[in-house]
Design a protein around this ligand. Structure first.
Ligand code: NDP
Length: 246
């Protein structure tokens, strides 16, 4: 199950679920590129993980910008000589009921959540194909499966990730690259902190395990899929949602 010495890149790793995934990988000995739009925050997170004895660097990356993505992957390959693990985690919400949803709120959510996954995956498979090894894990959402009022853009972007995951899994299996998705339910992070107490209480009522998830709950599933021994799992979605969707 050893991932020590491997190299992972995590997008949107400056806080929340991405940061918890990065910490879990660092504890398992994975060298890391911590990617985020805010380079100072990315460097700060990277510096904190060196206590686990790994090499970790912060890199500036807006996943919705093709030029940023190309440069970031070039820089990571130069720095570490390989890329074993890509976690496509960066994501945003711009909620609003369909009738009031502005074009720019649709576009920015699709560009970050779905096009960002496409751009990063396209760069990563170039490196992973040469290595004949790779683990790609995409963070989708329970909203892709259940829908959620006010999240036409978000649920469409996350459902798109599921289709992308299965197609890339089929295209790259022959190169030793597995591609899977993790679908969190309601997880306590900055993304959900903004919701009203009423919405949170309503959500909790539909979670059989009776609590919101933590970023670590999601990280545990992601790390499992990132292990070399998970190599016979590809094109799958693991749901981490306390049973709210089954
Ligand atoms: P947070 O808002 O806490 O963190 C999101 C991270 O993504 C931040 O580091 C943010 O950094 C980064 N980010 C946002 N836009 C970009 C971009 N264009 N390029 C690079 N980085 C970006 O959210 P969570 O940790 O809660 O969410 C992480 C993932 O999990 C997302 O994909 C989300 O959709 C998904 N998810 C979350 C759930 C939840 O309940 N929390 C449920 C289901 C799925 P910055 O803004 O500083 O650039």
């Amino acid at each position: 199950m050893d991932v020590r010495g491997q190299v992972g890149i995590i997008t949107g790793a400056t806080r929340g679920i991405g940061k918890a995934i990065a910490e879990g990988l660092a504890k398992n000995g994975v060298n890391l590129a911590i990617a985020g739009r805010n380079i100072d925050a990315a460097k700060e997170v990277a510096a904190a993980f060196t206590v686990f004895g790994v090499k970790a660097v912060g890199i500036k990356l807006d996943v919705s910008k093709p030029e940023d993505v190309i440069k970031a992957f070039e820089d990571v390959e130069k720095e570490f000589n390989r890329i074993d693990i890509l976690i496509n985690n960066a994501g945003i919400t711009k909620d609003g009921l369909l009738i009031r949803m502005r074009d720019e709120d649709w576009d920015s959510v699709i560009d970050t959540n779905l096009k960002g996954v496409f751009l990063c995956t396209r760069e990563a498979v170039k490196v992973m194909s040469r290595q004949r090894y790779g683990r790609i894990i995409n963070i989708t959402s329970v909203a892709a499966f259940m829908g959620n009022p006010g999240q036409t853009n978000y649920s469409a972007s996350k459902a798109g990730i599921v289709g992308l995951t299965k197609t890339v899994a089929r295209e790259y299996a022959v190169r030793g690259i597995t591609v899977n998705a993790v679908a969190p339910g309601f997880i306590q992070t900055a993304m959900t902190d903004v919701l009203s107490d009423r919405v949170k209480e309503d959500m909790k009522k539909i979670i059989p395990l009776g609590r919101f998830g933590t970023a670590e709950d999601v990280a545990n599933a992601v790390i499992f899929l990132a292990l070399p021994d998970s190599g016979y799992i590809t094109g799958q979605v693991i749901h981490v949602n306390g049973g709210m969707y089954m």
